[in-house]
Design a protein around this ligand. Structure first.
Ligand code: BEZ
Length: 248
């Protein structure tokens, strides 16, 4: 079992581009059955399928599945909740990029994945690690508190040790669980940070009036600028956790 810090080279700002570096852990040869859990637009599903593996992309967003089917009509996609996988020992590999941090009930998620895997099957996943986007989260929590509302953390971003223990408890044998920084430029230049907050912390912003929302966005930008602004774009402190584990 490998557990260490690792800094990755700078890459472009596309989730799927980052996800490609995770592919090295997946056997994509013909005959392999792969589940792409949380496939989004299906771009990584297509990469997983390029060598002839039998790949199914699933996502709980109907909108994403429509996009994936439109972009990759030759591939199989289904609208399915990761916490309700209708599979029993069907897949050689479950692959998941940038999804686990959205699912706080990780024990349930791992139990579903375990059931979907064949005996000895492999889980390959990457998602937010502890301290992921810490600067923005802390700035948002402080601004929210100043305006009378406590920010409740919704993302599941564990340390490698915590996730290792969860894998063991779910009867996986971890081969590697490691974390690394992934400095990530936000698209949108000077507005990039507020776009991110409006998109991903939408439900935390919504309880405030429009004018307070605007104040919060400005306060978050002001707090983050000294650390994240490089003169032309915000570079956000993403931290990733990458794990490879086998079903016991
Ligand atoms: C991420 O780490 O990819 C992420 C975390 C929270 C919201 C959106 C994305």
């Amino acid at each position: 079992m490998e557990r260490k810090d690792q800094t990755q080279p700078a890459e472009t700002n596309v989730i799927s581009e980052y996800g490609k570096t995770l592919m090295v852990h997946v056997d994509t040869s013909p005959g392999q059955k792969i589940l792409d859990l949380g496939c989004g637009t299906g771009d990584l599903t297509a990469v997983l399928a390029a060598n002839g593996a039998d790949v199914l992309g699933i996502d709980n967003s109907a909108e994403m599945i429509v996009k994936a089917r439109y972009s990759h009509p030759e591939l199989m996609f289904a609208e399915i909740d990761a916490l309700e996988l209708p599979y029993d020992e069907e897949f050689d590999t479950v692959f998941s990029n940038s999804v686990f941090h959205w699912i706080p009930d990780v024990d349930h998620l791992l139990a579903e994945i375990r059931r979907a895997l064949k005996p000895g099957g492999k889980l390959v996943c990457e998602f937010g690690a502890a301290s992921n986007i810490a600067t923005m989260r802390q700035a948002f929590a402080a601004a929210s508190a100043r305006h009378g509302r406590e920010y409740r953390e919704r993302f599941y971003c564990p340390t490698p040790d915590e996730f290792f223990d969860r894998l063991k408890a779910a009867r996986f044998e971890p081969e590697r669980v490691l974390e690394f920084d992934r400095q990530t430029p936000l698209p949108g230049g000077a507005d990039g940070l507020r776009h991110w907050v409006c998109r991903f912390l939408k439900s935390d912003l919504e309880p405030f009036s429009a004018s307070v929302q605007e104040q919060i966005l400005t306060e978050v930008e002001t707090a983050c600028r000294p650390l994240l602004w490089n003169g032309s774009e915000f570079i956000v402190d993403y931290r990733r956790l990458r794990a490879v584990a086998f079903k016991r």
